[in-house]
Ligand binder design. Structure first.
Ligand code: GDP
Length: 493
């Protein structure tokens, strides 16, 4: 595979084969230049077409971003309520509105960025209080901010929802917009459309995922979007985008991996947390095993059962080091002194709870690891519950996503976007703990599965009938599969 790169581990080039463009201020965003030295795997190099597309995007963002005359003109049209005429439309925009937990946010932002690449739009972020302080500005150039200025004329953006008048679904239902590409002109469509693509979306909102609707939306100067999903697999289902996606990502499973490394750079304060923790606890190990344990309120199992599930999975997939069984005193004694043949290992646990860490750490305290290697067990925080509105909480979550992504091996929890982001950034196909079905509180059998792709799962496959140019179905069925961990989901392989 021409796009496979063997740049594993140290020596990896800091700009990921041209994925990142040089020239940003190093001190303003240390992670941008340092993270390549921490990742263990970089399995895919960006395609030349993706590199061109990203450089074109960066030029567009510099030309159209906040502070430019083009931005002022487009905002002026929006303020006056007039649709911009075709000749004015040098710049089109998509504004992303944060919603839900950090993993969901990162995946929907990444998908929105890909959508902006495909539709020649400029991506701006409605940066709420709980979203600031997490990431560096991703686009190069002193003035190329992605933060939407506070005087943006659409008020109360965080309150947009399924009932909003300007939502695409409601505009369609109220016949205020026609999803007929032959009739749509920049004058016939409103100056902005809100795309409600969050989990409570309705059927008419889902028409966003249809080819003809995309041709209509292409005429709209401003799109605002609220979404908590990784919707990339659905973009592949539209004829308009299929060919371009194929050229951008010859290796299908590399989308979130490459775009995640392009777009997300932890801020200096989060990067400080990551690197301090890494060097203090993890760097000395020759093998790092990341374990992410997420207990969903809708599918919880007792702690003992979950611990047993982790151990059963670990035996099945050979993830955590085996321990010397009780009673084998001689083996235990020689193992505990170590014969030097086993590599020191670090197990990094990310979880809101401390229970699993306590148990796993005790296991390696009370028992020697087979082969006698040293096994350290670490957990940076246990926040007990999700507090998405709090900045320091989100910063810890982000730090842990990155610490996990530096692992050699990953065991994550199925259905968790937190786990998906870690795996994609890591460039690893994780083993995923299966989540109980139907809230029966029972540990599933088998306890876990090995993911077939490092791509995240799109949890809500669109369920609409589309009109317009048909997609290549054969190609679609080869590369879009049902997720291992979520029944209704699809993923790109
Ligand atoms: P998902 O719900 O598992 O798909 O992941 P999200 O990231 O969207 O939402 C879960 C949120 O709970 C995270 O963003 C964190 O705020 C918090 N959280 C869950 N697991 C952990 C963890 O292991 N460590 C930390 N620090 N926070 C976590």
């Amino acid at each position: 595979n021409a796009s496979r790169q063997s740049a594993d581990g140290a020596g990896a080039d800091e700009l990921f084969g041209g994925l990142l463009s040089p020239g940003s201020d190093r001190r303003a965003c240390l992670s941008r230049y340092q993270s390549a030295h921490y990742y263990k795997h970089s399995p895919y190099a960006p395609s030349p077409h993706l590199l061109r597309k990203l450089r074109d995007y960066e030029a567009r963002h510099s030309k159209c971003g906040p502070g430019t005359p083009a931005y002022a003109k487009s905002v002026g049209h929006l303020r006056s309520g007039s649709g911009s005429s075709t000749e004015d439309k040098e710049c089109n925009y998509i504004v992303w509105i944060p919603y839900n937990g950090l993993g969901n946010r990162m995946l929907s932002l990444l998908s929105t960025f890909l959508y902006a690449l495909l539709t020649d739009r400029v991506l701006l972020v409605h940066s709420t209080d709980d979203f600031t302080g997490l990431f560096c500005e991703p686009f190069p150039g002193a003035n190329a901010t992605w933060v939407l200025p506070p005087d943006f004329p659409v008020a109360d953006m965080s309150r947009l929802g399924v009932g909003s008048n300007q939502s695409y679904g409601n505009l369609l239902d109220g016949k205020k917009i026609a999803n007929d590409p032959a009739k749509a002109t920049p004058q016939s469509v409103p100056p902005y459309v809100y795309l409600h693509l969050a989990h409570d979306l309705r059927r008419s909102d889902q028409l966003f995922y249809c080819n003809d609707d995309q041709l209509v939306l292409a005429k709209v100067n401003w799109l605002l979007v609220q979404n908590d999903f990784y919707f990339v697999p659905a973009l592949y289902g539209m004829a308009e985008f299929q060919g371009e996606l194929r050229r951008l990502f010859p290796a299908k499973e590399s989308v979130a991996h490459l775009l995640g490394r392009y777009l997300f750079h932890p801020s200096n304060s989060v990067w400080g947390m990551i690197t301090r923790y890494h060097h203090t606890y993890l760097a000395h190990a020759e093998e790092r095993i990341g374990v992410q344990i997420r207990m969903f309120s809708w599918a919880s199992v007792p702690v003992d059962d979950m611990y047993n599930q982790i151990m059963a999975c670990s035996r099945q997939e050979r993830i955590l080091p085996d321990v010397v069984v009780d009673g084998d005193a001689a083996a235990s004694s020689s193992a505990s002194h170590g014969d030097g043949s086993s590599k020191p290992k670090a197990i990094l646990i990310a979880s809101l709870q401390a229970d699993y860490y306590d148990r796993i750490r005790s296991t390696y305290y009370e028992h020697a690891a087979n082969g006698g290697g040293m096994v350290g067990v670490f957990q940076p925080s246990h926040e007990e519950r999700q507090i998405t509105g709090q900045r320091s909480h989100n910063q810890k979550a982000l730090a842990e996503i990155y610490l996990l992504s530096f692992s050699d091996v990953l065991l994550t929890t199925g259905a968790s976007t937190f786990g998906y982001v870690s795996s994609s950034l890591a460039g690893l196909r994780p083993t995923m703990l299966m989540v109980p079905k139907d809230d029966d509180g029972k540990v599933p059998e088998p306890p876990c599965v090995r993911a077939v792709s490092m791509e995240p799962c799109f949890h809500m496959k669109p369920d609409v009938e589309c009109h317009g140019k048909a997609v290549n179905k054969e190609e679609l069925s080869r590369h879009v599969k049902e997720c291992e961990d979520v029944g209704k989901g699809i993923k790109w392989i």
